[in-house]
Design a protein around this ligand. Sequence first.
Ligand SMILES: NCCCC[C@H](NC(=O)[C@@H](N)CCCCN)C(=O)O
Length: 562
Amino acid sequence: MTEAIRKSLRESPKARWTAMVVVSLSMFGAYYFNYALSPVKPILESALGWTSSDFGVYTSAYAWFNVYFLMLIFSGIILDRLGIKITGLGATVLMVVGTGVNYWAITAPFPAGAQVTLPLIGSIKTEVLLSSIGFAIFGVGSEATGITVSKAIVKWFKGKEMALAMGLQMSIARLGTALALAISLPLALHFTYRAPVAFAFILMLLGVIAFITYIVLDTKLDKSEEHIEVEEEEPFRLKDIVMIISNKAFWYIAILCVLFYGAVFPFLFYATDFIINKYHVSPSLAGLIPSLLPFGTIFLTPFFGGIYDKKGKGATIMIIGAIMLIVVHGFLSIPTLDNWIFAAAMVVILGIAFSLVPSAMWPSVPKIIPEKQLGTAYAVIFFIQNIGLMAIPLLLGVVLNSTNPNVSPNKTVIRKAVEMSYTKALQEQNITLDAKALNIAIEKTTSGVVDSIVESVSYVPTPQSEINVEKVENSIVANNLNMLGSPELGVSQEKVLDKMGSTFKKATFEVVTKEKLNIRYDYQYDILMFTLLGVLALLFAFLLKREDRIKGYGLEKPNIES
Ligand SMILES: NCCCC[C@H](NC(=O)[C@@H](N)CCCCN)C(=O)O
């Protein structure tokens, strides 16, 4: 392997830490954009009529091209063959293009209800499809930048504070996530729902500038090593992929990665709804609890990285993180522990686990795989991780629906009754609403009723066999119209619609709670699935430690060479 230790620019702490900060800034915008639209979901629902499943399609699009077109694998090979500079520049430009397409898609005036029909996906709103394509292009750029940044950090920090540097790189990236959680909604409320995407576009341009600055530093590093005696490395060849995938320890890390991230990211995706359903809290408080996690990791990931650099124990750190994962999900699955403060404490512990494992896992890869193969190695790990992050939420959805078979049909009953109530009341009051506005009003009223029942009422649901769906629907409609009463003269249409919304919420609430319809999701089996992922992660962390003992990779040794 290349050994360049005589007066290389790497020897200057100022130079290598500057390089770390500059290259990490190219990922800051990526992590911002990844989460920029989540807080804006309700606004997009009312402004563009997006539904939750539209959001599901949009979110999953991040991995489409990386997984189905193997773009991540190609990115890894390109990185190892063409180097950090070309790959990083191409990848950051791709993020700009993807964000630009996304912005255009939500700005272009498509006719209301414009849809396209695609094989496998079925009918999809034109703007959802186009913004998803933008997000998929962005996903290719973002993941390719991720592996490039990792390889760049190894280049500057091998034998030095590599885990601290990687930890700080992740912190800088997660600051982008924190920024998205903090400012996306205010930006959208103050300007328009397009503002967070426009801001992401600016961050992506800054990301390209940051990477160009990094290229200058990287070129200086290469120059500083030109005259140093180095043992020449063989260039990367395609057969190197075989070497990577025939390495047992590499597979243990890749599997540990997908299991561990699979028990964190998809949990965060479902966490708000899980907390509302199990801990009886309002959606706004429930939304705050999962956001504790990224904030904690900003400080803890570099902290644990620093420990790994100085004291070693990389495999042990991963084992501890996996144990914490099991404890957290295990406790969250216990039905009687239903206090939200307890849930918040568990999320904080999950944050510690989510700092421990990444702080040791990513810097361990260069101890197992030679530097010239690192791009491909990181790419294969990211690829497997992306497959898991696409598949696990789908599996969770299937488990949730099959363990709660009545919840979704009962919610449909409520929605249908609310829809019938609006149609009748609007007819009676001679108001014509366009289909989009009507749909939004129905969605808002339905989710308002469901949320307030789940938050504030606890009852043993009536067995489904005893529910007469038609009778329940008719009672809801009758109660809604009865409570609404006759039209008031001289009141604006806006006020009438507001009154309909609030009255229908109250009246529907009364009937649903009287009939004791089951509309609360029980997440127990999903959380047990996360616990199982944790158990498997622990198993692979132990296997990794054993393999390290056999092969002597040095995972338990400090990263800083003395
Ligand atoms: N030096 C390696 C850094 C990896 C950080 C890691 N990122 C990922 O795993 C990406 N593949 C992002 C996946 C996110 C998908 N929404 C991290 O911990 O963020």
